[in-house]
Design a protein around this ligand. Sequence first.
Ligand code: GLN
Length: 381
Amino acid sequence: MGEAHLPIALGKVLEMQTTPRPLTSRSRAASPRLAESVSPPSPLSTYQTPVNPAPPPTNSDWVSTGHLPTQSVVQQLVDGAHQRFAGVGEGEVADYIPALAAANPDHFGICIAASDGQLFAAGQAEQPFSIQSISKPFLFALICQAIGEDAAKEKLGVNSTGLPFNSVLAVERSGEGLSNPMVNAGAIAATSLAPGDSAEAKWAFIEAGFSRFAGRQLEIDSTVYASERATNQSNVGIANLLSAQERLWFDPEISTDLYTRQCSLSITTRDLALMAATLGNGGRQPVSGDQVVDPVICQHVLAVMVTAGLYETSGDWLYDTGLPGKSGVSGGMITVIPGKGGLATYSPPLDDAGNSVRGQLTAQFLSERLGLNLFASRPAT
Ligand code: GLN
């Protein structure tokens, strides 16, 4: 996992840097051609004006995301996915954080939380595990809410790095220390932006925000926290590099420690489904009704999940599911289904990029069977 991918990715970087970039001149030439081929707009009088025109719709009137199939169909397919993929034996349990190696590779939980709070679960959906990188979209949402989505974008960056989640190269390559909040560098930088001028004030903000997303008080898994804290020198290195590039807004060691605490929060598949459903429900927790972040923040968070939620394999993921997703090295995954709810899975064996193997299979299966792909359309009749 991780650095094993560097040589290939580096090769691509070098190739990009040495290839001339004719895009600007090409796109300039393309624009006038495009304009000529579009027919001129019809005069307004062509359209009939209704006698009593309806009031102009507000933005939210135009949001259209459909709905999940009936309860029995959803439950059947969740059970079906569990049966179908429980026997998949590929992938390795992460061990670079020693405590994670203790996970049972056979554990497999699935849960869908609908936007109205209904839950559809199969397998070990109540098994606790540490949230790890699935914390990243929620932290980003909280930071966007606190400092504004434009400031968050400007300070952290939102472009995919195309590199592993723990890549130092990604930070060096951008020159300005920008990455995106779905990889370690961007997430540590985001953590440093948490409101408060002490470690404890910042932690209180993070812990309270995560608990609101989950709809219950979350706690740290102290074994995982201690284990990662003792072995996270490379994250401390990333934080120091960011600090040198003036892309960190608090002490590097404390920022890394806060990030590590947040990754160690203990959650279940059920919690994650509700947290994902909150992001897919305009920021409102489906069960508690708590408006955790504004609707517009969710749109930005989902956009970053689409481009970088599964790191260097985000393209494969999007191609297969058509949905925003986020993985974590403990084996959890979330998939947000805008307007409809959230899907979460837990299965510790990971692929080379650090994404749960059964989690990806489940998301693809359910996206296809439940009609969740955001890019799907049918010809008009
Ligand atoms: N806490 C882990 C780390 O920083 C999270 C990584 C992940 O889940 N991909 O390495």
